[in-house]
Design a binder for this molecule. Structure first.
Ligand SMILES: [Zn+2]
Length: 123
């Protein structure tokens, strides 16, 4: 991980998810020719905590608040871990992915494990 990234608040948060962020392995993952550019971009945004989720967008005043917009949810903040692991609006998608890979979903498996990358599953 690059020094500038490690010293920023966002870099420290991203490092908790995946210590390979901005490493050669991370760059290889996001430049994989199989996933589309949009999917690679979304995975990268999730990894560096700049995904277009309300917790991030709220600082730019482009949304009314940080609450999760998914139906059946009602969480006060929509952030990466909530979106990927906890939001009831995406329970079925997570269930399908877990059954397909027979593996418990974590931020590390979804965003950090090259063999189990979210980019490959979304493609
Ligand atoms: Zn939610």
């Amino acid at each position: 991980m690059g020094k500038r990234v490690v010293h920023s608040l966002r870099g420290r948060k991203a490092a908790k998810i995946d210590k390979t962020t901005t490493s050669a392995r991370f760059l290889k993952l996001i430049t994989n020719s199989k996933p589309s550019r949009l999917v690679s971009s979304r995975v990268s945004q999730l990894k560096i905590l700049r995904a277009p989720l309300n917790q991030y967008l709220e600082q730019f005043k482009t949304v009314d608040g940080m609450h999760c917009p998914a139906s059946r949810c009602g969480a006060l903040e929509e952030f990466v871990a909530h979106f990927l692991l906890a939001c009831p609006g995406y329970t079925h998608g997570r269930w399908v992915l877990e059954k397909k890979k027979n593996k418990h979903l974590t931020l590390e498996t979804l965003l950090g494990d090259v063999k189990f990358s979210l980019a490959r599953k979304l493609h």
